[in-house]
Design a protein around this ligand. Structure first.
Ligand code: NAP
Length: 312
């Protein structure tokens, strides 16, 4: 019997824990805070900024919005980062990319105080992650691990340590933000981890790897990349992908909205309906990993705040 993991409920539970911890900190006169840095007005980055603001409000955090115009110089952006580094109301800094072409990602990221780098962009923090000593495990990969740990404890009734040790985990996607860090987090829990990517697919080897996975973590950003033929019977499938696709009718034609434009919907990388029954447990999109990601970011900001106040 397949279980669709209720990530929304996990996110809500985490939020309650975060609110409680924030209230305790406030009794000591301490309020955690997150600053976002959006340069210009990229649509996706703007949407993410709005979500962070909303979650900060819900958690009782300070929220600081830095939004210089798209033609700002790199020097000016670094000045803003340095101001945020020095601001005690800011526990964590979140650069929202893409940045305009004149601004180097690495120049901005490297100017963030390592103790405020709550999404683990800094090479120093990535290095600690690789060594199994992550201070701030990046939010999306940490959300994947949180979902699996809760599944282990609450459904399989096993210690997450035993759940991960020796588990055959396959990650699809090797980006610096999701694929690689989630592979490190699993490897640091003694899972047997394979990482696949576009070149694995190009050589026709993707199924060979994914069909061996007890736990399949997919983060490629390609709708319908994973069908039932790529999934082992009884696997746990975590779909990180977020894709906007056209809604089609039964003939495969786009369904139009009242303005005559194709309707769209959000899907993951896994063909959920076709794959679901083959799995032991699966996450869906929307209402999956994304429901936990922002809470993991808030947890990192709480940790940064405690570090800054000598409480950790
Ligand atoms: P990304 O930087 O574009 O990386 C995608 C990865 O998938 C790359 O490693 C790429 O390999 C690999 N890939 C692409 N096509 C493939 C194929 N046909 N077969 C195998 N591997 C393939 O994206 P990302 O930032 O890691 O994000 C991945 C997905 O997760 C996106 O849909 C994104 O929107 C979503 N996401 C979700 C959350 C959340 O909270 N739910 C958070 C972040 C991201 P190459 O590098 O070799 O091309």
């Amino acid at each position: 019997m397949t279980m669709v993991i209720d990530c929304v409920a996990i996110g809500e539970e985490l939020m309650k824990e975060i609110v409680k911890e924030t209230e305790t900190l406030k009794t000591k006169g301490i309020t955690p805070g997150i600053a976002t840095l959006l340069v210009g007005d990229d649509f996706g980055a703007r949407m993410y900024r709005g979500q962070v603001e909303k979650f900060c409000e819900e958690a009782g955090f300070n929220y600081i919005n830095e939004n210089p115009s798209a033609d700002v110089s790199e020097e000016e952006v670094i000045k803003i980062v340095k101001k945020l580094n020095a601001d005690p109301a800011v526990s964590g800094i979140l650069p929202l990319r893409p940045f305009p072409g004149q601004i180097s990602d690495s120049a901005v990221i490297n100017s963030i105080d390592v103790n405020k780098d709550i999404d683990c962009f800094q090479p120093f923090n990535m290095g600690k992650l690789a060594l199994g000593e992550a201070t701030f495990p990046p939010a999306t990969p940490a959300a994947v691990i949180e979902i699996l740990e809760r599944y282990a404890r609450e459904v399989d009734k096993v210690d997450p340590k035993d759940f991960f040790e020796g588990a055959e985990i396959v990650v699809v996607g090797h980006s610096n933000s999701v694929g690689k860090p989630v592979a490190y987090l699993a490897l640091n829990r003694n899972a047997t981890v394979s990482v696949t990517h576009v070149f694995t697919s190009m050589k026709g080897n993707l199924a060979k790897h994914t069909k061996g996975a007890d736990i399949l973590i997919v983060a490629a950003g390609k709708a319908d990349l994973i069908g039932p033929d790529l999934v082992k019977e009884g696997a746990i499938v975590i779909d990180v992908g977020i894709n906007r696709v056209k809604e089609l009718d039964e003939k495969g034609e786009p369904i139009l909205n009242d303005k005559g434009k194709p309707k769209t919907k959000t899907v993951g990388d896994v063909s959920f309906d076709a794959v679901k029954d083959k799995t032991r447990a699966i996450t869906k999109v929307p209402g999956g990993v994304g429901s936990v990601t922002n809470r993991m970011l808030l947890k990192n900001a709480l940790k940064a705040c405690k570090i800054a106040h000598g409480l950790l």
